[in-house]
Design a protein around this ligand. Sequence first.
Ligand SMILES: C[S@@+](CC[C@H](N)C(=O)[O-])C[C@H]1O[C@@H](n2cnc3c(N)ncnc32)[C@H](O)[C@@H]1O
Length: 301
Amino acid sequence: MSGDVRQYKKQSDALWMNHVTCGTAAKKLRAIPADSIDCVVTSPPYFQQRDYGEKSQIGNEKTPLEYVDSIVKIFAEVQRVLKPSGTCWLNLGDKYRRGNLMGMPWRVALELMDHQWLLRNEIVWHKPNAMPSSAKSRLTVDHETIFFLVKSADYFYDADAIREPHVTFSDQSKMKGGRSHFGKRGGTPEKGKNSGSSNMHDARWDQAFHPQGRNKRTVWSIPLSKFRDAHFAVFPPALVETCIKAGCPKDGVVLDPFCGSGTTLLVAKSLNRNYAGIDCSKEYCKMSRRRLKEADQTTQL
Ligand SMILES: C[S@@+](CC[C@H](N)C(=O)[O-])C[C@H]1O[C@@H](n2cnc3c(N)ncnc32)[C@H](O)[C@@H]1O
């Protein structure tokens, strides 16, 4: 057991740890001590998208400004509970109003940057099985946005955990001879005929030759999840997995303050991370707890 986990086990008041708390994010986050979360993966309700049947829910604000304000207030608490080394992955969808694309994800991101968040990436989550739309005078939208945000410049990031296959020297590539060419000369481009070449700087080596694959790109093509018990789109586990593997150390703590059906928590658990979930809907808290319990039972078989 790592030092971190031992320390959490000693805190008898850490009721939020490996637990689903029912209530509003703004209020329940206050029970979590400052600097105690390693990674946040979350998808708050989008602007005027869905009624979750809870008075305290966010998303039903009348204006974009009020919506942005609600999210930014909750994210001030998220920032407080996040360790200085913490990472935050925020999924938001956009909205058309009176024929106008509102740019909601970016309205939120810009405001978060004005509130001391550092924005590291805009990730495009491409949904190959997105619902068809009736739009005839514009394109069908088949993506959402994920913002990768951090609290300080010195944050945890494991690039190797999420590398993807090389394209340049893959079997499909016309340049596939390149890798073996270098191989004959000692395994790496630096050792071969290019040794000392200023062109072979780190980024190019990483791009073409890193043995574990190239650095992950910002367009993630991941189908929507098939979990049908929830009345809204739930996170695909593969999406959450990528965020946690890159953004949370082993034995760390993953928080989802809008945990819904509990996908983030389940994935955190399966990757040997601790979790903390919050949701204002009793029904969804129950669903998360049930799924976590079922996962426990399956692991014990
Ligand atoms: C888009 S869903 C999250 C889905 C989740 N990612 C999953 O995989 O199941 C948003 C969730 O936020 C919850 N919610 C809405 N307003 C909230 C608030 N103020 N505090 C906490 N939870 C809230 C809703 O009940 C809903 O379950």
